[in-house]
Ligand binder design. Structure first.
Ligand code: NZQ
Ligand code: ZN
Length: 392
């Protein structure tokens, strides 16, 4: 196991009806003028925004609001949010929504105290200051409610890039699983796929002797394999929703990743897809992640056998471990199809002839990406090709 620091300061406020406590928690964490930031309307339609406003009123906290965050959130709305916060003297941002709303809020939080263009931080400049951010989560997926990351798409060229800092970790995150019951089943499945991908990015490692994090990863994956079909079949299954919601946070607050080298190549490769075609990040991962697995499994066949046997219930074939590894990947793809996810480019709405464009947008530092297996532009091209033509 490698040395590590683990810092996870967010207060998680979990359970039914907890959104009514938003005002109390904003006050507890020092907010006096809040920007309520939300998406395309689901939180308004469900009455959640009204609940949050009432709670802020009851706590004597002033607020202004900015809706309209799109999935794959855009820099253009971030600039509007920064201007609004400066004009209204906002000192606290409350994201009410999913990963896109939370990430847009984090970008505004970076931009308000910064003299230059907030996009600098999405091009690698370190983040030195940010307004405090908190969340009321409405979809179990990105894990942004516990992470220090933010992913924004620059509308000019549809470039999707990430920034990260502990300063972006939410002060608190209110997590009421019943809020996710209004999600369309496709969005539920996209979220489930993203959660599993966050674990796989950490599970496939070159670090040895990390039994504790291996087992935590497997616990989250097994939970997702069991609970996702239950919520797809019955969207109002509160207990299954609750397990998935907490799994989403555990998957990405790095509890499953400490003490080991991580990968993240599938995410990097996927971000170009959701950037170019404006598709859901989870759906893109459903297409990319198994293709990446097929391309890299020979790097450590036994680790893929471990996934196959412990997570997908495969029988170990000691004569032919590669067959077990491949069976595990096949079962993962079958699982994704069973929850309604696309498994190839055509089903996602992507085009094989765009692969050179996707590869050219992908930033491959010094010619190789890091992680479990080092990849160069040729490898990335091959992974896109496997993803383009995948079938069951
Ligand atoms: O905009 P509204 O109307 O709210 O609709 C949203 C949106 O269309 C809808 N939705 C959310 N909660 C709902 C609901 N509809 C009905 N009922 C509810 N309770 O769902 C759609 C998707 O929402 P979005 O916020 O985009 O989903 P998600 O949480 O998957 O976020 C995806 C974004 O997060 C980034 C992704 O790249 C993508 O841009 N990621 C952020 C990470 C991070 N910050 O740590 C890590 C992830 O790997 C990921 O890259
Ligand atoms: Zn993700």
């Amino acid at each position: 196991m490698n040395n590590f620091n683990y810092y996870s300061p967010t207060e998680f406020v979990f359970g039914k009806g907890r959104a009514a406590e938003a005002g109390y928690f904003v006050k507890k964490y020092g907010g006096s003028k809040v920007l309520i930031h939300y998406g395309g309307g689901s939180a308004v339609r469900s009455g959640l925004i009204d609940t949050v406003k009432k709670s802020l009123d009851d706590a004597g906290v002033q607020f202004c609001e900015l809706g309209g965050v799109k999935p794959n959130p855009r820099d253009t709305l971030v600039y509007r949010g920064i201007d609004m916060c400066r004009a209204e003297k906002v000192d606290f941002i409350l994201a009410v929504g999913g990963g896109s709303v939370i990430d847009s809020s984090k970008a505004i939080a970076i931009g308000v105290p910064y003299d230059g263009n907030f996009w600098d931080m999405y091009c690698g400049k370190p983040i030195e200051k940010a307004l405090p951010v908190a969340t009321v989560l409405t979809i179990a997926a990105a894990g942004s409610e516990g992470s220090g990351d933010s992913v924004i798409t620059k509308e000019d060229g549809m470039l999707k890039r990430a920034a990260g800092s502990d300063l972006l970790r939410p002060r608190f995150s209110i997590m009421d699983p019943s809020l996710t019951e209004t999600l369309p089943s496709y969005q539920t499945a996209c979220g489930a796929t993203d959660i599993m991908a966050h674990v796989f990015e950490r599970y496939f490692t070159n670090t040895t002797e990390v039994e504790i994090t291996d087992r935590l990863c497997e616990a989250v994956l097994l939970t997702m394999v069991k609970e996702t079909p239950r919520v797809i079949a019955d969207p109002n299954n509160y207990d299954a929703r609750a397990n998935i919601m907490w799994a989403g946070t555990v998957a990405h607050k790095n509890l499953c990743g400490v003490g080991r080298e991580q990968d993240w190549n599938s995410h990097e490769i996927e971000h170009e897809l959701s950037g170019l075609y404006d598709v859901a990040h989870g759906a893109g991962l459903a297409v990319i992640m198994p293709a990446w697995m097929e391309y890299v499994y020979r790097h450590n066949v036994l680790r893929f056998c471990q996934m196959a046997t412990r997570v997908f219930g495969c029988q170990m074939n000691f004569e032919d471990p590669e067959a077990t590894a491949l069976e595990g990947i096949h079962r993962f793809r079958k699982f994704l199809r069973s929850i309604g996810m696309p498994i190839n480019f055509a089903e996602l709405g992507a085009r094989e002839e765009d692969i050179p464009t996707l590869v050219s947008k992908f930033e491959i530092g010094d010619g190789k990406t890091g992680g479990f297996m080092q990849l160069d532009a040729h490898d990335v091209t091959e992974i896109y090709k496997l993803a383009a033509n995948a079938s069951l």
